[in-house]
Write a protein that binds this ligand. Structure first.
Ligand code: C2O
Length: 564
């Protein structure tokens, strides 16, 4: 699907428009690449049903955006769908371009039906596997695609050049209107029904009804060659294991940053995570399964238990032959997750890991025993950070902050929970551990240049769970993680070669410590990348102030910024 030659031709000679007038914002890329996104409804046949889904350019998954490090991307997004929309460029650090980050009501108001908005940003010192997705309601279920950024011309990968590369996007597919489903679920409380299928590049694969022949993704292999797989989990609410029958995976990149090569039988990706793995076609000629299945760390969760399969097929294999099954871990195999996490190390020794810290945020993350804010809630539907359930405002936080409006958010998000107790095992809501959540659009304001440490602490209220926590506007060093309650005396920190990530699966019933220097002004959302938990309020926003001079100051908003 993405042959090597075509890809490189596209990159070297492809979409370059040298005559574009100089952009007004620093930094400018070397090349400017234009894309046109039309968000629209598209009829698809899947799982024995015909459904209307929202897509970009009638493609599912959506179009791949290609760029090179240093390039400027200009993407005009026109909303022809009946729903509000925005697009987020997941993992792009958006240096001095927070207006184009995309989370609805955080950095912009939604693009309403019929409107358009042009996103403009530069891939500053970033290359690797990213993705883009809708960042409004639960539209990400079908509105997502890959964003692939190659190194600068002449800069090699830090691993042998693969024979071919393939994008593998994991998703979850519902055979019903996802925006309507969201409205029902949020009104009633409780959780949505499990997805009707997991998908690989939009295909449920042969284990699902009506998908056996046509709705399967396949990679054709030349024996002996090495393949680069760019894995992306765009799924809404499920973390996934990925494995290929009889083949090893060598991780070389995580969240678009190179890692030391680490070889394993399987990997786990939470929603929002990307991994590049090398796979050598060194097995007997046959058809093998590439499979994804759920990693479920919460207690009593319902989930889809049919795995999604794609084919990893050697040339010369009998096309109709059965595929050799991939071995996925058990759904609650926490050790399999930890093993991969332990194997992730930054490629080089990192000199810029903050050794000293100016500010620490201690954030409890988890669910709460509270009814929804709807008139007729039946079941619980809240989640929080530090027991504050984030309410999206009606005007974006960035616009309010920039224009000095005072009514839409408050700057009083607490740097630590009100009380410290045994977060993991302490019984919920029993005195003195009041774990009822408060609602609010409460944000944390940070001075430019602050060296920040955030401790993310899972709680056992309702259930412990591995939450994929994503920070916008930055990558962060994952300097430590562990099980149980965080204890600064015993926590083991890696300040030498930690992985540099944008989404961290905080261990179930455990904690993770991340560090970064707050040198990118703007309003940056930090949230659980399960859309359900995001809707329930497991989020907050960090406001990073301007520094000194224009290289440390967020420029003015673009003229076409959507209005609320
Ligand atoms: Cu990939 Cu705020 O999201």
């Amino acid at each position: 699907m993405f042959p090597r030659l075509a890809t490189w031709l596209l990159i070297w000679f492809g979409i370059t428009f040298p005559a574009y007038p100089a952009a007004k914002q620093w930094p400018q890329g070397t090349t400017t690449r234009f894309y046109d996104f039309k968000i629209q409804t598209t009829r698809v046949n899947k799982l024995c049903n015909s459904n209307e889904i929202v897509t970009v350019n009638n493609m599912f998954p959506g179009p791949v955006v290609y760029a090179q490090e240093g390039d400027r991307l200009i993407i005009k997004v026109t909303n022809l769908s009946p729903y509000n929309a925005t697009i987020h460029w997941h993992g792009v650090r958006q240096i001095l371009s927070c207006w184009f980050d995309g989370p609805s009501y955080i950095t912009q108001c939604p693009i309403t039906p019929g409107q358009s908005f042009t996103y403009e940003f530069t891939m500053v010192k970033q290359r690797g596997t990213f993705f883009w997705h809708a960042h409004v309601s639960w539209l990400r279920a079908t509105v997502y695609g890959a964003l692939i950024v190659y190194p600068k011309a002449g800069v090699p990968y830090p691993f042998p050049f693969p024979y071919e590369e393939h994008i593998i996007i994991l998703g979850e597919y519902w055979s019903q209107d996802i925006v309507q489903l969201e409205r029902q679920v949020i009104a009633s409380g409780g959780v949505p029904p499990p997805a009707n299928a997991y998908t690989i590049n939009g295909h449920p694969g042969p284990n699902y009804n009506c998908s056996t022949n046509a709705d399967v993704y396949k990679i054709d292999l030349v024996p002996g060659k090495t393949y680069l797989l760019r894995l992306i989990n765009a799924g809404l609410n499920t973390e996934n294991f990925f494995a290929i029958a009889n083949h090893k995976l060598t991780i070389v990149e995580a969240d678009a940053e190179y890692t030391k090569p680490f070889t394993t039988d399987r990997v786990m990706l939470g929603p929002g995570q990307t991994l590049n793995v090398l796979v050598k076609a060194d097995q007997p000629i046959a058809r093998y399964s590439m499979a994804i299945g759920p990693y479920i760390s919460a207690r009593n969760a319902q989930f889809q238990n049919i795995t999604s399969v794609a084919y990893f097929q050697y040339s010369g294999a009998v096309p109709s032959s059965l595929s050799l099954p991939a071995r996925l871990p058990n759904i609650n195999d926490n050790l399999a997750v930890k093993t991969v996490m332990d194997g992730l190390k930054g490629l080089n020794t990192k000199d810029d890991v903050p050794k000293e810290i100016d500010a620490t945020l201690f954030l409890t993350i988890g669910l709460n025993v509270n009814k929804c804010r709807s008139p007729t809630p039946q079941q619980n539907c809240q989640a929080s950070m530090n027991n504050i359930s984030f309410i999206k405002p009606t005007v974006s936080v960035l616009e309010s902050y920039y224009k000095g409006f005072e009514d839409y958010f408050t700057p009083d998000f607490p740097a630590a929970p009100l009380r410290f107790y045994d977060f993991v095992n302490g019984a919920p809501n029993s005195a003195p551990n009041d774990t009822n959540a408060m609602n609010g659009t409460r944000t944390k304001v940070i001075e430019y240049g602050t060296r920040v440490q955030i401790i993310l602490q899972d709680t056992g209220t309702v259930t412990t769970e591995n939450h994929p926590i994503h920070l916008h506007g930055y990558s962060f060093y994952v300097v430590g993680y562990g099980s149980g309650n965080y204890n600064p005396q015993t926590a083991n920190l890696n300040l030498v070669d930690p992985p540099y990530m944008n989404t961290i699966g905080v261990p179930v019933g455990g904690w993770a410590a991340i560090r970064f220097k707050a040198d990118n002004p703007g309003v940056w959302f930090i949230h659980c990348h399960f859309d359900l938990h995001q809707s329930w309020g497991l989020a907050t926003a960090l406001i990073v102030k301007n520094g000194v001079g224009h290289l440390e100051t967020l420029p003015h908003p673009p003229a076409d910024l959507p209005r609320c």
